[in-house]
Ligand binder design. Structure first.
Ligand SMILES: [Zn+2]
Length: 84
């Protein structure tokens, strides 16, 4: 497992969906901060940030699902006969 190149790729590529999900969380926090201010510009900004947070969360979840499928598929095929 340690000398498998694909496992290295899988390990590092896990960061992409995690960064997207953390970014979504960050946008949600910014949206919460914007909605405290009671004016039209802040509401528009809040909608904008919330939309970005939603898109990042959906993309992150989709990538995470794909990543998990990739990982389990690779483990079952490449490491079925030689687990380590
Ligand atoms: Zn592997």
């Amino acid at each position: 497992m340690l000398d498998c190149t694909t496992c290295q790729w899988i390990k590092w590529s896990a960061g992409i969906p995690l960064v997207l999900l953390f970014g979504a969380g960050g946008f949600l926090i910014l949206a919460q901060a914007a909605v405290v201010q009671d004016n039209a510009a802040a509401v528009l900004l809040d909608l904008y940030l919330a939309t970005w947070a939603y898109m990042l969360a959906v993309a992150g979840a989709a990538l995470l699902t794909g990543w998990w499928l990739w990982k389990s598929f690779h483990t079952r095929t490449a490491h079925a006969l030689r687990p380590y």
